[in-house]
Design a protein around this ligand. Structure first.
Ligand SMILES: Cc1cc2nc3c(=O)[nH]c(=O)nc-3n(C[C@H](O)[C@H](O)[C@H](O)COP(=O)(O)OP(=O)(O)OC[C@H]3O[C@@H](n4cnc5c(N)ncnc54)[C@H](O)[C@@H]3O)c2cc1C
Length: 377
């Protein structure tokens, strides 16, 4: 481990921190990521859906960020694959959202109308549309027929988030960055400028730029100039192993439950939203709730054996939006946190915007960071 002072210290080595690190390395910066391996990181737990439209019905800034990021994903993931030598399983097979009754169908229609108004004439890919249960069956033979209809979201995609979590630090190293097994305890500030961080082992690490990307743990750093209201929200996942190869589209309901078919023939089924602090336990209650919901979506998954299960802590900000960009008072402090329920999706666009503000170049990948300002709370 070298003790040279990097240009940038990134606190947190999940998808938020590593994607910013990769953007900065591409621009020639010297970057060190601190990643102590906390229990229950979100990136490793994620289902990996790259769904910009699903469940997005009232926040235009998030919809635009998600759509932009979904478009950036193929390039971002190809780069991580090339650097790490890992196949990340990117698949863009679309998503079916079950409308159990007429009221749910109307809700879906209203969401699509609202998204069309927000996105206007921008190029937003293939358009969503409503399918009858019979039409849906031709895309997903396992999807339940006991519903009113399905909303078909053709542009939605997925990545293997567990492979991504391993590949990201490897990619940072391969791109010339350093990833250290150390935790930041506090921010060091001198005369209104960032001077680095103090590690939990009591060691000062110097850098002129610090990026706070510690997920659900972000608000715990000492010496921050403002509250960072990011809280952990636990999500549980089950991996099911059905006898037959599952159909390829993502399948979901209106309550955040879903079945994600992986290329190895298993199905990642989730999830829960639990306010239990930093508790990362997998519970019987969580498992049964997921099983019931997924069994309703695809009856053939009802008895599929569960071969694995895990939980992670989503970093959710007070208003559900990520916190991105420079601190207005402390020079050199930048935020890339609060990525919430869709952080894998949002990472490439968020990283591009944050890295542009740090390096003072580029157009932020066409990303407007204003709605995500750290001083909005
Ligand atoms: C069950 C579940 C399903 C999900 N499904 C999806 C999905 O389908 N699609 C999607 O887009 N998103 C999904 N998400 C959300 C997504 O996982 C998160 O938004 C995203 O991973 C957040 O990334 P992060 O890097 O901010 O957080 P994390 O991945 O949690 O990374 C933060 C890192 O900071 C480190 N850290 C903590 N303290 C310190 C410290 N003091 N110093 C240095 N480092 C520290 C931790 O060890 C951790 O690795 C899901 C989340 C869960 C839990």
């Amino acid at each position: 481990m070298s003790d040279r002072e990097p240009d940038v210290l990134v606190v947190g080595g999940g998808v938020a921190g590593c994607s910013v690190a990769l953007e900065l390395l591409e621009r020639g910066a010297d970057v060190t990521v601190l990643e102590p391996g906390a229990e229950g990181p979100s990136t490793r737990a994620a289902a990996g859906m790259l769904t910009a439209r699903y469940e997005c019905s009232d926040d235009g800034a998030l919809l635009r960020l998600g759509m932009r990021s979904r478009a950036l994903h193929p390039r971002f993931l190809r780069r991580v694959e090339r650097l790490s030598g890992t196949d990340l399983g990117l698949r863009a097979d679309g998503m079916l959202v079950a409308n159990p009754d007429a009221a749910a169908e109307e809700e879906s229609r209203e969401m699509v109308r609202w998204q069309a108004r927000v996105l206007g004439t921008s190029d937003s890919g293939p358009e969503p549309r409503m399918l009858s249960p019979d039409e849906a069956a031709s895309r997903h033979a396992w999807a339940s027929r006991q519903v009113e209809s399905y909303l078909w979201l053709p542009g939605e995609a997925q990545v293997d988030a567990q492979s991504l979590a391993d590949a990201l630090p490897a990619a940072v190293r391969a791109a010339g960055g350093d990833v250290r097994d150390e935790a930041a305890a506090g921010l060091r500030v001198r005369d209104g400028r960032v001077a680095g961080v103090e590690t939990r082992a009591g060691r000062p690490l110097g850098a002129g730029v610090v990026v706070l990307a510690a997920g659900a743990w972000s608000g715990r750093l000492e010496g921050l100039p403002r509250p960072v209201p990011v809280r952990p929200v636990r999500g549980q996942i089950l991996r099911l192993d059905p006898e037959d190869e599952p159909p390829t589209p993502l399948l979901a309901d209106h309550r955040g439950r879903y079945a994600v078919p992986r290329s190895d023939g298993t199905v990642v089924a989730g999830s829960t939203m639990e306010e239990v602090g930093f508790d990362t336990a997998v519970t019987e209650e969580g498992r049964s709730a997921i099983r019931r919901a997924v069994g309703r979506l695809a009856p053939r998954l009802r008895d599929a054996p569960a071969v694995d299960g895990w939980a992670g802590l989503r970093p959710i900000a007070g208003d559900g939006r990520p916190i991105l960009g420079p601190d207005p008072e402390v020079d050199g402090l930048h935020y890339a946190t609060g990525y919430g329920r869709n952080g894998v999706l949002l990472a490439p666009a968020a990283a591009s915007g944050v890295a542009d503000r740090i390096s003072g170049g580029g157009d932020g990948g066409g990303v407007d960071l204003e709605p995500f300002r750290p001083d909005r709370f």
